[in-house]
Write a protein that binds this ligand. Structure first.
Ligand SMILES: [Zn+2]
Ligand SMILES: [Zn+2]
Length: 367
């Protein structure tokens, strides 16, 4: 029993802190409090970068500063709060920003993963309204339900999932958000059908996840769109059949997609960039009267003007969070696929190269 008691010590360690809106990120010494009831403290082993981290340095969705960034990662349980029974010290875990109570109206509906009891928490604080992080005597906000760009973080047990130790840990970090979000958007939110056509705007971890799920679902045509030519090879390994670089195509994206689909557009279009103007381009890239557009990427603009004519004519526009993946009942399925390396699935060298690109983005952003 004693190994399951909270470590009473405050830990001093390093973390990436964003002190104010658009200020450069700084590596700081911070203090991490012990976990309270229903919480665990985790020693972080790996962390990765999601575009939402960058948005949060610009005050998304509300400005909360100073703040420790990061919501993707893998760690080892270091200490356990009172009353926690499902975790033990040494368990390997990944944070998730959404829970699943399996009892609320939404959890029981079978139509959404947005749990009403353990929803997405944008407060930057623990469920009891306080923070476990501080630096130079000042309270630090968490990012979503965690703060993975720190050597230690505290999280509520409803926002963390155990992983199999045989998983390749650096890749498992991407399951915390980006990859799962994209994969789920094609697998669960759209339920892409065999033989269908798909277009994906943005080939980061989210877009690559969507590419891979579309291939797993049997899509016949998978069109990837990105201004970064370097994404092409990675996406092709995961299943992309056609690539459009808007900087080089000389056409509007809608036009380029229609050219590849006999003028019809695609059955499913995934907007993974969060660039507002691309939502309309995505809608117009789908088949008239029946195409589906799934909004996956977050953006800084609170509102977007939508051309409603394609929707009035029968088009469909929907959004999803975490790829509509239920954390308790469906995320383990994705993990098993990864562990058992069911083809076509990560971990692959492609994802490794993505991680390296992320690091570059991170460094550039810090400068
Ligand atoms: Zn629920
Ligand atoms: Zn994310």
């Amino acid at each position: 029993m004693s190994s399951n008691l909270a470590n009473p010590q405050v830990i001093t360690c390093k973390a990436i802190v964003c002190w104010d809106n658009e200020e450069p990120l700084r590596l700081e010494e911070i203090q991490v409090d012990p976990p309270k009831s229903s919480e665990i403290r985790v020693k972080m082993l790996y962390a990765s970068l999601c575009h939402t981290d960058i948005l949060c340095t610009r005050g998304f969705p509300t400005p909360l500063f100073p703040r420790v960034l990061g919501h993707e990662g893998v760690g080892e349980v270091e200490s356990i709060g009172e009353g926690v029974e499902d975790f033990k010290i040494g368990d390997l875990v990944i944070p998730v920003f959404l829970g699943e109570c399996q009892e609320c109206e939404n959890c029981e509906s079978g139509k959404t993963n947005l749990c009403l009891k353990y929803g997405v928490d944008f407060s930057g604080l623990m469920p009891d309204g306080t923070s476990r992080l501080s630096a130079k005597g000042k309270k630090l906000y968490h990012l979503l339900s965690c703060a993975t760009w720190a050597e230690y973080m505290v999280t509520d047990v409803n926002y963390v999932v155990k992983i199999d130790p045989t998983m390749h840990l650096p890749y498992a970090s991407l399951l915390s958000c980006g990859y799962t979000t994209g994969f789920g958007s094609a697998w669960m939110a759209a339920k892409v059908e065999k033989g269908s056509s798909v277009a994906i705007f943005g080939l980061g971890a989210v877009g690559l996840g969507a590419v891979e799920a579309a291939r797993m679902q049997g899509a016949a045509k998978i069109i990837g769109i990105d201004i970064n030519e370097k994404k092409k090879d990675t996406a092709e390994i995961l299943g992309m059949t056609h690539f459009i670089n808007p900087k080089e195509s000389g056409k509007k994206n809608t036009e380029a997609v229609k050219d590849l689909t006999g003028g019809m557009g695609v059955d499913y279009c995934f907007e993974c960039t969060g660039v507002p103007s691309l939502i309309n381009e995505a809608i117009q890239s789908t088949k008239p009267g029946r195409g589906q557009t799934i909004v996956v990427g977050a953006g800084n603009d609170p509102t977007v003007a939508i051309d409603f004519l394609p929707l009035l004519c029968g088009g469909n526009l929907k959004g999803c969070v975490f790829g509509q993946i239920k954390v308790k009942s469906q995320l383990p399925i994705i993990m098993d696929m990864c562990k058992n390396k069911v083809k076509p699935f990560m971990p692959t060298l492609a994802m490794k190269s993505y991680l390296l690109q992320s690091m570059t983005v991170s460094i550039e952003h810090n400068l």
